[in-house]
Ligand binder design. Structure first.
Ligand code: SIN
Length: 520
């Protein structure tokens, strides 16, 4: 049952029983031991959506124990059994597309079309990893000694801690959980306090699909997040951490994980360059910039953060971009004509304000927007700044808001230098119709993912992740192996007929040496 502190009918879901407002430990929906609650609000209206439990270290330990017990049996299920359960989970997700998309919009604010888009993206991770479960092949490696056979197998790593952000309330969970479950791992999830309901609805569906108690556990927390995060990363029972969020938190959590040398997957901050060369299709580049910069109102790690445009097309690109942005309709994502929603909270609005003020003080000009939009809700007007300098805050750190910062450049060499002048390296984009340049620039950008002539790269099938301070490891694609240990097994003592045993020469230890002894 959903907690009585949630008015389920206000969510407007077809299936109100998808609304869960408790943590989930060992197959039970539970409140916080100390009874604390966290308020969750709709960022588009400022209205309360409901409350979830303020759990702490005691519940985190319980969840880890439950996951550890469940691992004993879950890790022994066949890949086909896990595939079938995950496909059932996937089907249930798709049957509830409308409700799950709406939940994302209610708690995150993104327009309903984007909420449903995230829902489809989220489900695609479960489908993809269901299919990966049955392909975690091992290897047979030709041995260096005739008496041996070398075999490599992959085994589930154990209990996994999953810590996710609010910008993709559903997809960042399934990207990790799908891989973990498919591999045979069990999980403790800490969803963000801002957007817990999508996570809890997913767990409800996973349970309906038949995923056994203890395999998935959820700890909801806000005020206790520092100590819960530490426990989830330091507890020796936990064998792997998967985190998506900011680079400073990623560094903190990896430090905790290092105390027991846990395997870590991290997708951290970005500061993506978006480059438009003078040989580009300008309309395509403008469309790419809109999709890349303003998806989620600029609250994605792969968002264009610095837009570099070659000088001969700069004015034309800027005016066409401004024309498109002027047509945006900012508002409540549930309204059908809304194209762009709010930011998650006031702190996010303040950060965009700070970046705008700083850029203006360094000589940038406003081409569009530039201000917060009065509440209710936490909105910032989609903004375009021109002549942004490379020492501006926005050039150095990720804004995470609807602010397109344009900078002019002259040469390919100059722009590559500018693009790579950052400690971050998640995604990078550029538009050019010169095939030689496409290869050169794609290879030169210091990022984990490149979009050439596209502003949208995200799919379950790609190796998603960054270099430099943007992350460790890759998710999606073959990311299931990040949840598995590789074990080498040497099969020795093979008897080879004496007639085939190699003759020793020069007293060297040669193939067959062990066999000579046993054959005699
Ligand atoms: C992110 O912003 O962290 C993820 C974006 C994506 O998967 O497209």
């Amino acid at each position: 049952m959903a907690s009585t502190s949630v008015n389920t009918s206000a969510f407007g879901l077809k299936d109100a029983s998808l609304i869960r407002a408790q943590g989930y430990i060992n197959g039970q929906w539970v409140d916080a031991k100390e009874g604390g609650k966290i308020q969750v609000t709709n960022p588009a209206t400022g209205e309360e959506l409901g409350h979830i439990p303020e759990m702490g270290i005691v519940e985190a330990k319980e969840a880890i124990e439950a996951a550890s017990n469940a691992f004993k049996t879950w890790s022994k299920t066949t890949a086909k059994e896990r595939h079938d359960l995950l496909m059932k989970f996937y089907q249930l997700m798709r049957e509830n597309d409308d409700d799950l998309g709406r939940l994302i919009t209610l708690e995150n604010g993104k327009p309903l079309a984007e909420g449903k888009g995230e829902q489809a993206y989220s489900a695609s991770f479960i489908e993809w990893f269901a299919e990966e479960a049955v392909r975690t092949y091992g290897e047979v490696i030709p041995a260096a000694q005739g008496s041996l056979r070398n075999v490599v197998i992959k085994q589930p790593i154990g209990v996994v801690s999953i810590l996710t952000p609010w910008n993709f309330p559903s997809a960042m969970i399934t990207r990790k959980l799908g891989a973990a479950l498919a591999a045979g791992c069990t999980a403790v999830i800490k969803p963000p306090a801002e957007t817990p309901f999508s996570c809890l609805a997913l767990v409800e569906l996973a349970t309906r699909a038949g995923i056994p108690p203890g395999v998935i556990n959820v700890i909801t927390t806000s005020a206790n997040v520092a100590e819960v995060g530490k426990e989830l990363c330091e507890n020796p029972i936990v064998k792997k951490i998967s985190f998506t969020g900011s680079t400073p938190v990623a560094k903190l959590l990896s430090g905790y994980a290092a105390t027991t040398l846990k395997k870590v997957s991290i997708e951290a901050g970005g500061n993506a360059p978006f480059i438009v060369f003078d040989d580009a299709d300008i309309d395509a580049a403008v469309a790419g910039a809109i999709a890349c910069k303003f998806r989620g109102s600029g609250q994605t790690c792969v968002c264009a953060n610095r837009i570099y445009v070659q000088s001969s097309i700069y004015a034309e690109f800027a005016s066409r971009l401004a024309e498109k942005v002027a047509a945006f309709k900012v508002g409540n994502g549930l309204e059908s004509d809304t194209t762009h929603g709010p930011l998650i909270h006031d702190r996010a609005v303040q950060k965009v304000e700070k970046h705008v003020e700083d850029a203006l003080a360094r000589g940038a000009q406003i081409l569009h927007g530039g201000k917060r939009i009065a509440g209710p809700g936490t909105f910032f007007a989609p903004t375009i700044l021109s002549d942004v300098t490379s020492d501006a805050l926005i050039s150095r750190e990720e804004t995470f808001g609807p602010l397109a910062a344009l900078t002019k450049f002259e040469t390919e060499e100059e722009v590559i230098k500018l693009a790579n002048d950052t400690p971050f390296g998640l995604a990078g984009y550029f538009f050019s119709r010169d095939v030689g340049r496409v290869w050169r620039v794609a290879e030169a950008l210091e990022v984990g993912m490149v979009g050439t002539n596209t502003g949208v790269i995200s799919q379950a099938v790609i190796p998603f992740g960054g270099v430099k301070e943007s992350g460790l490891g890759r998710e999606g694609s073959h990311g299931i192996t990040e949840y598995m240990n590789v074990k080498f097994i040497a099969f020795g003592g093979l008897l080879i007929p004496a007639s085939l045993v190699a003759i020793f020469v020069d007293g060297a230890c040669a193939p067959g040496g062990i066999l000579i002894a046993s054959a005699r």
